[in-house]
Design a protein around this ligand. Structure first.
Ligand code: DHB
Length: 403
């Protein structure tokens, strides 16, 4: 098989990249280890930054998003005895939209179907080869010389072995995929956290109009939502927690306590829990995000802890830079944007890495009373200072794509 861009991974990063490349006149083939049903059901955060929404709209993917997405002006930040509304629209003139990653992935899947995109699902043994060659001066000769072209090898679900040759390979295959490890001697940074999240999906209308981020001595809690009839809520739990040890009653009781049920006339309405899982938290960055003809985008190069819901937005921002860069390279033989990709993308990656770390460490209980005092001071600062609130709002609602 031959194509211009071999994309490893059919999550939102890979699908959006193929969509944007197609619109720019560049062809691609995607390979994915999971099934389409698995990819489309995978539950992730559902908060889209303004620039993510703008990009999806411009790419012709805004129809259902505009109909079903719920635009939020801001969030509530709370701790015992206090609830403060941060209005991003007033602070920075931008909003966020609640629309699940599962929905973005489904919309992308349908758009790719309509365009006849080739996506090979349920492959095994994916490996990337010959990515070392430089892309600038070599691009013309490389197109004619099969031996120096990079390739992706894999086995189809029916057992057939394949070699997909391409001009470039893009790893959109997350932190466990093969692409990240194909970059020789990268610099890496990692931070683990001494807590996890227990996340639930519940068939009950949200008890709040906008998200509630709650600091509480028992641990952090978050009230989010997926639709007018489906709520998504999270509790800070110790690492290694088994979700089965949390009964539905225990979960609703802890959420009621931490979210302040009964305070200031606010009540939490419980309902049937349809999904329950424990999410580990990690910060990770690998750079550079390019090696020769191999580029990385999204979780393949960076992981953020979930607080602040940056993961998908960061993947979209990577792809928004990479797609035009690859179009310049492959259509116009202009390598400048491709050469600048890693450095440009990493600027935003580190901004979001810091923001996600800051939100996480401000809101999660560590058991250390000094930490608790610092957290309380930060929360009061954000709630009382327009300068501090503006900083949070600017990062949460999202910096411009070109930041
Ligand atoms: C959601 C997840 C987050 O990590 C967050 O900060 C906000 C919302 C969610 O799943 O809806």
């Amino acid at each position: 098989m031959r194509t211009q861009v071999a994309i490893v991974g059919a999550g939102p990063a890979g699908l959006l990249l193929s969509h944007l490349l197609d619109r720019a006149g560049v062809e691609s083939v995607i390979v994915e280890t999971r099934s389409r049903a698995y990819v489309e059901a995978r539950i992730r955060a559902g908060i889209l930054e303004q620039s993510t929404v703008d990009l999806l709209r411009e790419a012709g993917l805004g129809e259902r998003l505009d109909r079903e997405g719920d635009v939020h002006r801001g969030v509530y930040l709370q701790w015992p005895g206090a609830r403060h509304h941060l209005d991003f629209v007033d602070l920075v003139g931008r909003s966020v939209t609640v629309y699940g990653q599962t929905e973005v992935t489904r919309d992308l899947g349908r758009a790719r179907d309509a365009a006849g995109q080739e996506i090979v699902y349920e492959v095994t043994g994916t490996a990337v080869h010959d990515t070392d060659s430089a892309i600038d001066s070599a691009i013309d000769t490389a197109i004619d010389t099969a031996t120096v072209r990079p390739s992706v090898t894999f086995t189809r679900a029916d057992g057939r072995a394949e070699r997909l040759e391409a001009d470039v390979v893009v790893g959109c295959d997350g932190s466990f995929g093969p692409c990240r490890t194909a970059v020789p001697e990268p610099a890496t940074w990692e931070r683990t956290y001494p807590y996890s999240w227990l996340g639930i999906l519940a068939d009950v209308p949200p008890s709040t109009d906008e998200l509630i981020y709650a600091w509480h001595p028992d641990g952090f809690a978050l009230h989010s939502m997926r639709s007018p009839t489906v709520s998504r809520l999270y509790l800070q739990v110790p690492n290694g927690t088994d979700a089965a040890t949390w009964s539905d009653d225990r979960i609703w009781e802890a959420l009621a306590t931490r979210l302040g049920h009964g305070e200031h006339g606010w009540t939490l309405t419980p309902g049937p829990i349809t999904g329950k899982s424990v999410l580990p938290m990690r910060s990770f960055v690998q750079q550079p995000m390019r090696h020769g003809r191999l580029f990385l985008a999204g979780d393949a190069a960076h992981i953020v802890p979930p607080t602040g819901a940056k993961g998908l937005n960061l993947a979209v921002a990577d792809v928004a830079l990479l797609a035009p860069a690859l179009a310049d390279l492959l259509r116009h033989k202009d390598p400048r944007a491709a050469d600048a990709y890693s450095e440009r993308a990493l600027r935003r990656v580190w901004r979001c890495t810091h923001f996600s770390w800051w939100m996480t460490t401000m809101l999660h209980v560590t058991g250390d009373p000094f930490d608790a005092q610092l957290q309380r001071s930060q929360l009061e600062w954000v709630a009382s200072s327009t300068a501090a609130a503006t900083g949070l709002a600017e990062n949460y609602a999202g910096l411009p794509i070109g930041f």
